[in-house]
Design a protein around this ligand. Structure first.
Ligand code: PEP
Ligand code: MG
Length: 850
């Protein structure tokens, strides 16, 4: 046989990289002695030639199929998920074959086959209008003539009768379809390389129609949504291909079923054979396969087997079950699950089969889907929650004042902001589905409505669904799939923990977050943003009083009222995280974030403080800054108004003493934000140590703790050596570090980011994908210099990038101790870290094997 054509036999030289996955799989089935009809494979190169008009030796191709060939052609790319042209069956049908088959399978069945072939040839090969080639209700001579006449009228040629010509045209049309722009873009979106090839397999038809038991069906041995072992599929007598799966009358179940007849009852021996083939496939192909079969006069043929398409939940369970049954190693199970799939599992999802009436699309900022009534203010969200009515909080953008509303809402939608905007960060932290930057949506505040890009208006109270996994906002409430933290999921992650070599902690601010972190088996808290605690309950009022205090003593007096609340927060957090490490970051945001911005809020505040409105307004104005993110925040506040950090340190140490007395073991780390100079660390450390000594004396506790620095200004990275002399750990805050390295506002960059990415100025949004070249270089410099200052300095990153593959690979490469990400990303990070370690091992083995 011509070198470009391979008759598939058990020993023929074949590989998926040359002939595609389907061809390779058919060879495996043949090796397993399954009754596969004669099949010839065309490699990628041959199909590329065909697309260019260089046909293979057609006589050689058709020879193995005898002198009256009846054939099918199917696509065979490297990855079946990349798509490809649909199968074409019954190539070789012509007038002579029809006459002969009328004798063997009967006039009706033979005519129906010919009609179907003319139809698919006309539509897919000659590319004629499908509407002109509807199949008739009755497959008779007259309708066949009509269809052949239409073909001839449309093409000015009679329907080709030579099987070799028919086959050549089918091959040419499939080869060209693969090269088309749409097909190329679709497969590239699924990860195919630009030069991905297509192979083709030409197979003798097993008829499925005729005398005796004839028919076709499809069987799989697993449920594609749960991943549980279960026989599924249909069989249809007198049919071909995948017809049984369509909405057709007469298709029967495979296993015994109360709802109707089954193949198990109808043809028990055939059914038993199919079940045995399923086990063979699973053991030898090391995968859950869907098998296409045909019965021809009682004899079974296996035509094809493809990997069962599956959702995320099923992919986890299938990988774990294959490893538990000893079919694949655990390492392979770990590599088979897409980490992003896990994050889908942790949240409810819109059922992929559901119809979606799209309102608008924004940035997918926090995964999962939730439905609720539209509310336009945080207060309405709380009121809605109090009534027990699920709601979706829709805001232009959220501010810290909205936090309680976000807590109360099922989902959040904003028009502005990117993946590190307030709404996005808080949404991920709370596990609340969130879409941000839906800039095509507008709010008609006066009439309490939101307006979709197509002009549709939705009023407060209307139900919408926010799909934070895809970034879509949908009308009403489509059917959902529930989150599933099943055993398979846990097992897979424990295997990941055995393999990975970098720690995974969670960013958690509240006891609820900490509980989520614990549930997802984070190794500790890597970032507790304490300021969020001050927005809770009646603390905001006290906080505002503190801001308005005239003197240090007054401030201290107000802070004394916050102290027990902070202590209780830490006590709860430490209790939940017993046995683990908790890294508490001292107060970070500018104070004005705690002050009202609207008139009514200012009036309420004046009333609360018993001050004239003008005084309050003056004070608020005085605190306002042109550029607050670069202003009085972080350690700068800690130095200018040290009472806040003093109070926080006291609360932390007293909570440690209290839980310690109750027998809870906890390792506490205190982190200073926004450091840019070593002296800042010295000053804060001096005060924190003094507070610790005072609490030690008062409580008679030892109170061991670690003090470290958040490296989030470029200067801190550059000066890491002398900073590390005063800091036991350095945690890189990549949100601010990205903002300051680029000089790019994390809250405003969304406005031009898509133009920048589209025009290739930035390869990706650097707030979304860690910029290895620039920000990464600063982190690498910081890590290296930090180690010079303190060889055993503990290194980590805690910005929003931390759970991503890019960041995890970077941190592993630079010997970091851990990454800390949103609690809901912890499982994803655990699996990603394991896959990264396994990939390195694999690369090392390949290298040493060279
Ligand atoms: C950071 O800047 O990376 C960080 C984690 O802190 P925040 O997002 O609170 O500024
Ligand atoms: Mg920061």
């Amino acid at each position: 046989m011509n070198t470009q054509l391979t008759l598939i036999t058990p020993t023929a030289p074949m590989s998926a990289a040359v002939h595609g996955e389907r061809a390779k799989c058919l060879q495996r089935l043949i090796r397993l002695d399954m009754p596969v009809p004669v099949t010839v494979a065309l490699p990628f190169d041959a199909v590329r030639d065909i697309a260019q008009g260089r046909m293979p030796d057609m006589a050689a191709l058709i020879a193995p199929f005898g002198d009256r060939p009846l054939l099918s052609v199917r696509p065979s790319s490297l990855d079946p998920d990349w798509g490809g042209p649909g199968a074409i069956l019954n190539i070789g049908m012509n007038a002579r074959r029809l006459a002969q088959m009328k004798e063997t399978v009967g006039a009706r069945a033979a005519t129906a086959l010919y009609l179907r072939f003319v139809q698919s040839y006309a539509i897919h090969v000659a590319r004629l209008d499908p509407d002109a080639f509807d199949l008739p209700d009755v497959a008779d001579e007259a309708s066949l003539h009509t269809m052949l006449d239409i073909y001839e009228t449309e093409t000015d040629e009679p329907f080709p009768q030579d099987p070799a010509v028919q086959l050549a045209e089918v091959l040419r049309s499939m080869a060209r379809a693969w090269e088309g722009t749409t097909a190329r873009l679709l497969r590239q979106a699924k990860g195919a390389p630009a030069d991905a090839g297509l192979g083709l397999v030409v197979q003798a038809m097993a008829l499925g129609v005729g005398p005796g038991e004839c028919g076709s069906g499809v069987i799989q041995y697993v449920d594609e949504t749960t991943g549980l072992r279960q026989i599924k599929g249909r069989y249809l007598g007198q049919s071909q291909g995948r017809e049984a799966l369509g909405d057709v009358e007469g298709a029967i179940y495979l296993t015994r079923d109360d709802r109707g007849p089954s193949l198990e009852e109808h043809c028990p021996a055939t059914f038993a054979q199919l079940v045995a083939y399923g086990d063979l496939c699973r053991r030898n192909l090391r995968e859950e396969m869907q098998v296409e079969f045909t019965i021809e006069d009682g004899h079974m043929h296996i035509l094809d087997a493809v990997r069962v398409q599956r959702n995320s939940r099923a992919s986890v369970r299938i990988a774990v079950a294959l490893a538990e049954d000893g079919i694949i190693p655990r390492e392979e199970a770990l590599m088979r699950v897409e980490p992003a799939a896990l994050s889908e599992l942790l949240h409810r999802q819109v059922d992929p089969r559901a119809k979606r009436d799209l309102i608008v699309r924004g940035i997918a900022a926090s995964p999962g889907a939730a439905a609720g009534r539209i509310v336009l203010t945080a207060a309405d969200a709380q009121a809605s929650a109090a009534r027990g009515e699920p709601c979706v909080l829709v805001r232009r953008e959220t501010t810290p004042e909205d936090i309680r509303g976000m807590h109360a809402a099922q989902a959040v939608l904003t028009m502005r902001g990117g993946v590190t905007s307030h709404a996005a960060v808080i949404g991920r932290g709370l596990g609340v589905p969130c879409v941000v930057g839906a800039s095509e949506l507008s709010i008609d505040r006066k009439n309490g409505k939101i307006i979709a890009p197509d002009g549709r208006r939705f009023a407060a109270g209307d139900v919408i669904t926010v799909d934070g996994t895809t970034g879509q906002v949908i009308v009403g409430e489509p059917p959902m799939l529930e989150a599933a933290l099943d055993d398979a999921f846990k097992t897979l992650l424990h295997w990941a923990d055995d393999v990975r070599d970098i720690g995974v902690r969670a960013n958690a601010d509240t006891p609820a977050d900490a509980q989520t972190a614990r549930n997802f088996e984070a190794e500790g808290i890597g970032l507790c943003r304490t300021e969020h605690m001050f927005f809770e309950g009646d603390r905001l009022g006290v906080m505002r009083e503190m801001i308005f205090a005239e003197s240090s003593d007054d401030r201290r007096a107000v802070l004394d009222r916050l102290l027990p609340m902070q202590r209780a927060d830490f006590q709860a957090l430490f209790g939940i995280m017993a046995g683990k490490s908790v890294c508490v970051r001292l107060f970070d945001p500018p104070l004005h974030e705690f002050l009202p911005s609207d008139k009514q809020g200012l009036r309420d505040l004046a009333e609360q403080l018993a001050l004239p409105l003008a005084d309050v307004t003056d004070r608020v104005d005085a605190l306002s800054e042109y550029n607050p993110m670069l202003g009085m925040r972080g350690v700068r506040l800690g130095i200018a108004i040290p009472e806040i950090y003093d109070m926080q340190a006291q609360a932390i140490f007293e909570a440690m003493a209290a839980v310690g007395k109750a027998g809870t073991d906890i390792s506490v780390e205190i982190m200073i934000p926004l450091v840019s100079a070593m002296r800042e660390v010295e000053l804060v450390k001096g005060r924190v140590d003094a507070v610790a000594n005072a609490v030690r004396a008062k409580t008679k506790s030892t109170l061991d703790y670690h003090l470290g620095v958040m490296v989030e200004t470029p200067r801190a990275a550059l000066r890491a050596q002398d900073i590390a002399e005063h800091a036991e750990f350095l945690s890189f805050g990549t949100n601010d570090l990205t903002q300051m390295t680029y000089g790019l506002s994390r809250d405003d960059a969304g406005r031009f980011m898509s133009a920048y990415v589209q025009q290739g100025v930035y390869a990706e949004d650097p707030f979304h994908t860690l910029d290895i070249e620039g920000v990464g270089e600063l982190i690498a410099i910081g890590a290296e210099r930090g180690r010079l200052g303190r060889p055993d300095v503990v290194l980590s990153i805690c910005g929003e990038h931390a759970g991503s593959r890019v960041a995890i690979e970077f941190c592993r490469a630079h010997g970091f101790d851990y990454v800390s990400c949103s609690p809901f990303r912890v499982p994803v990070a655990r699996l990603t870290a394991a896959q990264s370690a396994l990939q390195d091992r694999q690369d090392d083995e390949n290298w040493s094997g060279l």
